[in-house]
Design a protein around this ligand. Structure first.
Ligand SMILES: *Cc1c(COP(=O)(O)O)cnc(C)c1O
Length: 466
């Protein structure tokens, strides 16, 4: 163990100090505190010098992996590089110091209106609300709009929503929270919604369908025109989960595909750092015939996560119309390049052209022979860390047992993609030769293989004396 891997409490020396406070100009305030509120003993804080504090936090920050430390091909998450100019804009004191109730916030309003216009143009929707604070929050909001639409028409029988079996888990969860019953529609062998399976599900009890296009396998739902016509003919609406909007930028608009309601994940497609789970923004857009329902649904305080909107607006203005259109195409080319370069060593269950991401189903040769256990997708993911790459998404979508879902995004250079491909090939060769190397990985990370369930359910968040 390196000296500075120690916890900051272990570096503590009684009396050591890393700061000097200015003289208290207000007298000894402690006298004014009522006796009952005063602490009886000194707080147990580490006593360390300034260099100890700086090294402690700098080392901690380097124990994690981020888009700013390396390639992060986490499928479904669009971990694109976030330009630093976004941060500069979001940190401008004129914005950070605002309160939504103060008069004269015209500049902030103009940002929201400008972003609304840009996103409406990009998606083919009529109008957006920016209140939802993440994609899942947007799904719930969108489904509430769907329910309101049917209730306003006095049609109370529509209590079911159709969700493809390839959908992100938040789709059925949002439907359930909204009080809708989920009906699953199957995928066909090509990985697309099976239209023949869909037809018998449609009827007077269907509120609508939730779809992601391209879907979670990275495949464009070619039959979306027919699906939209069928769902509309039965009286239902189409909800677009916009988490996969990245490859569609400048290529196809959800509004033109026939969708009535949608959300965008600004933190994914429009570049806000989101590796730690937030902050996010999931604005919901609606077609013109639903625009008057937007203000009736309030799902968060004031206007939502304004800082994320600023980043998205800065990003869109910086790219400009022409370059926004290129982002989707480059994301698609990058994904197909990796897919074609690795498909002889990783199993590719669906060999067609993909959009921004695709799914492998484990190794072609996992090294399993004569009682020797083969390497799994988890082992490949752990081994990648030894080479400085974040793992792809693993074991999702659930359609394949050894799913390895790769999304490179448009922000990586050809050289980075080639380096990743080399490492993936090296790992495949190691697996075929001696899977034990993968099973022991990662060899160089600060921690090896935590029990992920216990780490999530019973995390140890405070210092414990050995
Ligand atoms: C990320 C994602 C979501 C959920 O979005 P959050 O912002 O994480 O709530 C929904 N659907 C798909 C397809 C996603 O990739």
């Amino acid at each position: 163990m390196k000296y500075y891997d120690k916890l900051i409490f272990e570096l503590s020396k009684p009396g050591r100090q890393g700061f000097t406070l200015p003289e208290n100009g207000y007298g000894r305030c402690v006298k004014e505190l009522p006796e009952g509120l005063r602490r009886q003993s000194e707080p147990e804080l580490p006593e360390v010098s300034e260099p100890d504090v700086v090294r402690h936090y700098t080392n901690l920050s380097q124990m994690n992996f981020g888009v700013d430390t390396g390639f992060y091909p986490l499928g479904s998450c669009t971990m694109k590089y976030n330009p630093k100019v976004n941060e500069e804009v979001a940190a401008m004191p004129g914005f950070t110091g605002l309160h939504p109730l103060q008069p004269g916030v015209d500049g902030a309003k103009a940002v929201i209106e400008g972003l609304d216009k840009a996103l409406s143009a990009i998606t083919g929707m009529a109008r957006f609300t920016f209140e939802p604070c993440a994609g899942a929050h947007g799904e719930l909001t969108g489904l509430m709009i769907m329910r309101s639409y049917h209730m306003r028409r006095g049609d109370l029988a529509r209590t079911k929503v159709i969700v493809p079996d390839s959908a992100h888990g938040t789709n059925p969860a949002s439907a359930a929270v909204c009080g809708l019953e989920v009906v699953e529609v199957k995928s066909n062998a090509a990985g697309l919604v099976d239209v023949e399976d869909l037809k018998p599900l449609l009827g007077p009890d269907i509120a609508g369908i939730m779809m992601t296009n391209p879907n979670t396998l990275g495949l464009f739902e070619r039959e979306i025109g027919e699906i939209a016509a069928l769902v509309h003919a039965c009286g239902g609406l189409l909800y677009y989960d916009g988490a996969n909007m990245n490859p569609m930028l400048g290529v196809v608009r959800p509004g033109d595909m026939g969708f009535d309601i949608m959300h965008l994940n600004l933190h994914k497609t429009f570049s806000t750092p989101h590796g730690g789970g937030g902050p996010g923004s999931g604005p919901v857009g609606v077609a013109a015939h639903l625009a008057d329902l937007l203000p009736t649904i309030q799902v968060s305080g004031f206007h939502g996560n304004f800082g994320v909107m600023l980043r998205a607006y800065a990003y869109i203005l910086m790219l400009g119309r022409q370059n926004v259109k290129l982002a989707g195409k480059y994301a698609t080319v990058s994904a197909n390049y990796i897919k074609e370069s690795l498909k002889d060593v990783y199993k590719l269950p669906i060999p067609t052209v993909c959009k921004h991401e695709f799914v492998f189903d484990g190794l072609v040769d996992d090294g399993a022979r004569e009682g020797r256990e083969g390497a799994t997708t988890l082992d490949v993911a752990k081994r990648l860390l030894d080479f400085g790459f974040h793992a792809p998404t693993i074991y999702f979508p659930l359609l394949f047992h050894q799913a390895l879902m790769i999304e490179p995004t448009e922000t990586e250079s050809l050289e980075t993609l080639d380096a990743f491909i080399d490492v993936m090939r090296k790992i495949a060769a190691e697996a075929a030769e001696d899977p034990a190397i993968l099973k022991e990985a990662p060899h160089g990370a600060p921690i090896r293989r935590p029990d992920e369930t216990t780490a999530a359910r019973q995390p140890i968040l405070k210092y414990q004396d050995a």
